[in-house]
Each structure stands twice: as C-alpha cells, then as structure tokens.
Design a protein around this ligand. Sequence first.
Ligand SMILES: NC(=O)c1ccc[n+]([C@@H]2O[C@H](COP(=O)([O-])OP(=O)(O)OC[C@H]3O[C@@H](n4cnc5c(N)ncnc54)[C@H](O)[C@@H]3O)[C@@H](O)[C@H]2O)c1
Length: 317
Amino acid sequence: MSLQDVRVGFVGCGRHATEVLLPAVHAAGMDLASVCDLDRRRAQRTNRRFGAFRPYQDLRKMIDEMDLDAVLVCGPPEMHSEAATVALERGCHVWVEMPAAPTADEADSIAQLAATRGLIAQPGLMMRFAPAYRRLRDIVTGEGFGRALAMSITWWPPLRDGHDDPLLFDAPHVLDLARFMLGEIEGVCALCAAPQRASLALSFASGATGTISFVAGAARSHESVFIAGTDSLASAEDRRDLAVRRRDTDEITLWRVDSATAEGHGSTDQLGYLLEIESFGRSVLGEEEPRATMEDAAAAMRLAERVAASEEVPSSP
Ligand SMILES: NC(=O)c1ccc[n+]([C@@H]2O[C@H](COP(=O)([O-])OP(=O)(O)OC[C@H]3O[C@@H](n4cnc5c(N)ncnc54)[C@H](O)[C@@H]3O)[C@@H](O)[C@H]2O)c1
C-alpha cells in the first residue's frame, strides 16, 4: 500500500487550503477524489486545479457519494468541529486544521468520538513535523544534552485576515511546540496578554521553565526556540537554522534545513505541512501511529484558554 491508495476529500477551498495544504496533498501523492466548498465556483476551480474527480458544496453529500477513506478540513474555525464530527460519524478518518474546535472541551469530544469509532482524528499541528523541530527535539532528548533546564520561544507570526483572536487561534501552535519539546506543561501565566500578543511564563512537569513571546502582526515574522540543558545549549531559528553548543568546548555545530528539494516542495516541506499530511496518510494506512493527536490539540487549546482568561489581560488591544 502507498499514499496513492488513500482516497481523500478536502473541505474548504480557501487561501490556506489552496496555497499550502492541497499542494501538500498533491505532493504526498494521495488520491484526491473530491473537494468541497460552500462557494460553488471556488469548489469547481479548486477541483480543476488539483485534478480531483468531483466538486461539492455539501460535505454530507460528498462523503455519501465518494467512498472516501479520509476527509481533510480547512475552513473557518467555527466549522471545523462540525465537519470533523460529520466525517467521523460517516466512518471517515479526519485531519482538521487548527483550531480543530471552538474549545478544548469540544476537541476532547472529537477525540472521544474518533476513539469510539476506531478512527483517526489528527489536528493540524504542523510544527511537530517541521524537520528543524524534529531534529531539535532529538538533540534535546538525546545523549550529550543533559537535563533540559529552560526554554525560550519567540513566535511572531503574521496577522491573518479573519482572525480576530490570534491568542486563541494561533497560540495553541506554539504552546503545542513547547509541549512537544519539553513535555507536559503544568503552569502557565500571562505576564501581559492581549488578543494579538502575550508574554507567557511556563513551568513543565519535568521541572524545566519556559517563556514564550507571542506577537501576531509584527513588522516581520520571526520564530526562534532556545533550549538550555545541563550539558548543552541548542537553538532553532525560523524553522531552518539549528545550532548546538556543548559544555567545555568552543565548537558550535550548525545545520540548515535545505528546503529546496528536488521535488520543489519549498517551504511547505520546511514548515512541516507536507510531512504532517504524509504522516496522516501513513496513519490511515495503519503504517504508523498518529504523531499529533486531538488530545494534543485539546491540551494546547486548554492552555491558551487559561491565558486568555487570565485576570491580568488588559482591556486594550
Ligand atoms: N496552520 C496554519 O499555519 C494556518 C495558516 C493559515 C490559516 N489557517 C487556518 O486555516 C483555516 C482557513 O483559513 P483561510 O485563510 O484559508 O480562510 P478562507 O476564508 O480563505 O477559506 C475558508 C473557505 O472555507 C469555505 N467554507 C466555509 N464554510 C464551509 C462549509 N461549511 N463547507 C465547505 N466550505 C466552507 C469558504 O467558502 C472558504 O472558501 C482557518 O481555520 C485558519 O485558522 C491555518
């Protein structure tokens, strides 16, 4: 079996889907049977562009007629959990862009429904799949790093149209990244939080501490992760450049993730989108366990909810 044997339908043919996710589905070599969008012309255009068999405007009709293994969902955040529920109830595995549900509790409900049906519900936590972050995690958990003491993350993503609450919509990505690197987060407090920015302090179950600087809509996007261990320091910048400095030596080991692959995957590859779609496909085939789960999404969303509800949130934007 190969990814060509995974027959998928895609719901939501907007910007992120057509610029990033559908190219990843295509590059992964999955069998894209159909696409669906409320906007008929957009569905037709996307169907033609990505070589699917049939466009739809209604998800239920698409699933009933197309004999799909899996449905991928990327629409406005408020439709994600309903679409995921419809797909799971009709026997399809689902991949759902973040935020996978309006609340952490609803993400948990999707996880329970999927477990009851024996199906996969994977959220779009692309950072877990970015080659730079996978390598950084291997370094931090590998020999020679020692015990992780502290982590400092800067995440300044662009401000996206239609996102009126980046803290709830986007911050779960970076909170999940922190969990991915150093494990369970027990405490989170917002030193200063507003919908478009937050300075967070974290405490991990391991005893490590962390800080996150989150700003949506700064002049330029920027992303960095620095981790201090008892025997080494390691960092990744812009999901591309890694550096490791060992105790007692002046040497620095550097890597750069080469995003210009022969297949021309470009940043879809470097940022993690392609690898997450491929991994989802392999999970559908039963070849690997999902590497991002709805429980991960719910945990990150719950942390973001705690931050948003923080008493220190000022009223000004
Ligand atoms: N993970 C990331 O890096 C990342 C980046 C950008 C956007 N996003 C997420 O992707 C999602 C889409 O963002 P976008 O900028 O592409 O939005 P968009 O507005 O361009 O596209 C949304 C599409 O969904 C369609 N749609 C709405 N309701 C539908 C329904 N019930 N059935 C079928 N189609 C429906 C709309 O007609 C539209 O074409 C958002 O949830 C956003 O949070 C994630």
